[in-house]
Design a protein. Structure first.
Length: 89
């Protein structure tokens, strides 16, 4: 997977969680999860590379919080348009 994308999960019409998939080679799996902020969990592959962020409280996480975590992980920041699916929910 070359591009990142945001997947939003709903339950009874309400946002339950969201997952930001980060670019990674095909077939790479998560081997470790680490809390990286309030309501944020990062998944890492076997080499310690970040492969995704779980937003356990997606309506409470700001763009600034996400970008601070992404910067720490060495990933490109998000723009407002990247969170549009979440904000529309």
């Amino acid at each position: 997977m070359r591009d990142r994308y945001l997947e939003v999960t709903f339950r009874k019409g309400r946002v339950l969680a969201a997952y930001l998939y980060l670019p990674r080679p095909p077939g790479v799996k998560s081997v470790r999860t680490e809390a990286v902020g309030h309501g944020l969990l990062a998944d890492f592959d076997a080499h310690g590379n970040p492969i995704g962020l779980e937003l356990t409280a997606p309506t409470r996480v700001s763009l600034e919080q996400l970008n601070a975590v992404l910067e720490r992980l060495g990933a490109m920041p998000l723009g407002h348009e990247d969170l549009a699916p979440l904000r529309a929910a």
